[in-house]
Design a protein around this ligand. Structure first.
Ligand SMILES: C[C@H](O)[C@H](O)[C@@H](O)[C@@H](O)C(=O)O
Ligand SMILES: [Mg+2]
Length: 394
């Protein structure tokens, strides 16, 4: 049988949740006074949406072949991402065989290197790459994990990110990562409250349940060092993304400062094998957390993971739903995964990219069995009734 050839590439924008999971309604834990690099400005302290964390929206990339096969993926890139797909990247896909994934990735990356390399452009390349892997799975009628080496375990174990680690423990997760709500902007009072909050949670969850903070790039080395040392006596698994993604030097210093046994993690806003090589060679962290929707897609995550493995680092991808589940199940150095609690009160398990994907599996008792990931591609379809807008064509 001839290998199917790509004929059509379409980029649409969808608002409200999905891959831009910060794009939520009011009264959601994920937008409730969380410490960020903008917290130094009082007017932007209460809500991350106030400074635009959800300004992009979800980009949907759909790819169709001459044989009628169709693959798709979603990522965080919205209308600017749609422009880049339609006006720049589509030319490297249309006319290509569905199997030419490495070649298409290399051309997309090198053709955008003069304005890309990280951030939005890599989010877009990631979305296209994930759609290509979904398409290949549809053509071959195989789940993506089966095409990248196959599972090394029968189920995926999750920690939960959200405001309620106590409820996460009751739901069977192995740990709870909370958003840090106070940073340098709130001074000593904020630091004391951050420590007391963990102490209260420790009381509720007992001595063995993992507790972590996600600091969302909002701290200094000095503040993170003091916070880590104050948290250590309570029992703290890791402190996440304390500094700017560009401050490799600060991470290297912080990692030397934190108490022995407490892990330093980062990487969700890093991209490409080169960015992660820097994190590893400068000894910035114990666990790297690439987001497969942002780091360059699955094709790049495979490279990042091999590099991390050689450096003895765990790869625990940031969120990203089925796009990371199909990966982590295939790698020994990805022993657990993140599940972002997208229910507004973090009190129940709902699909991470809700309401966008039909068939999106969710952890049951903190785990997803491999039998949930046996459908072709990433095993999901677009939800009915979504309002799709295609702002550009080519
Ligand atoms: C919970 C954090 O503040 C972010 O919203 C989250 O997206 C990310 O940092 C995470 O690690 O889940
Ligand atoms: Mg994080």
């Amino acid at each position: 049988m001839a290998v199917p050839v790509i004929r059509h590439v379409r980029a649409s924008v969808v608002r409200g949740g999905g891959a831009d999971y910060h794009d939520q309604g009011a009264d959601h834990w994920i937008d409730d006074n969380i410490s960020t690099p903008m917290s130094k400005y009082p007017q932007y302290r209460a809500s991350r949406q106030s400074f635009g964390i959800n300004v992009l929206g979800t980009l949907l990339v759909e790819i169709e072949t001459d044989t009628g096969h169709r693959g798709f993926a979603v990522t965080t890139a919205g209308e600017p991402g749609a422009y880049i797909v339609e006006k720049h990247l589509a030319r490297f896909l249309e006319g290509r065989k569905v199997t030419d994934i490495e070649l298409m990735w290399d051309q997309m990356y090198n053709a955008t290197i003069y304005y890309g390399r990280r951030g939005l452009v890599l989010n877009v390349i990631s979305g296209v790459d994930l759609a290509l892997w979904d398409l290949l799975g549809q053509v071959r009628q195989e789940p993506v994990h089966a095409m990248i080496g196959g599972p090394v375990r029968d189920e995926i174990t999750f920690y939960a990110t959200g405001a309620r680690p106590d409820l996460a423990k009751e739901m069977g997760f192995i740990g709870g990562k909370m958003p840090l709500r106070f940073g340098p902007a709130q001074g000593e009072e904020g630091l004391n409250e951050a420590v007391e909050h963990v102490a209260r949670m420790r009381e509720k969850v007992g001595p063995d349940f993992w507790l972590m903070y996600d600091c969302w790039m909002s701290l200094t080395v000095e503040y993170a060092t003091r916070l880590a040392n104050r948290l250590d006596p309570i029992g703290f698994k890791w402190i996440e993304e304390c500094l700017s993604p560009d401050d490799y030097w600060g991470y290297a210093e912080l990692r030397k400062n934190v108490p022995r046994g407490m892990l330093v993690t980062t990487g969700e806003h890093e991209a490409t094998r080169w960015g992660f090589r820097m994190l590893m060679e400068m000894d910035c962290c114990d666990i790297v957390q690439p987001d497969v929707n942002w780091c360059g897609g699955l094709t790049e995550l495979i490279k990042i993971s091999a590099l991390a493995d050689a450096h003895g680092k765990l790869v625990v991808p940031h969120g990203s739903s089925v796009y990371s589940y199909h990966f982590v199940c295939t790698r020994q150095n990805s022993p657990f995964a993140e599940f972002l609690m997208m229910a507004p009160k973090a009190d129940k398990v709902v699909p991470m990219f809700s309401p966008m994907l039909e068939g999106e599996p969710v952890p049951v008792n903190g785990k997803i069995k491999m039998s949930e990931l046996d459908k072709p591609g990433f095993g999901v379809t677009l939800a009915e009734g979504l309002t799709l807008e295609r702002p550009y064509t080519h």
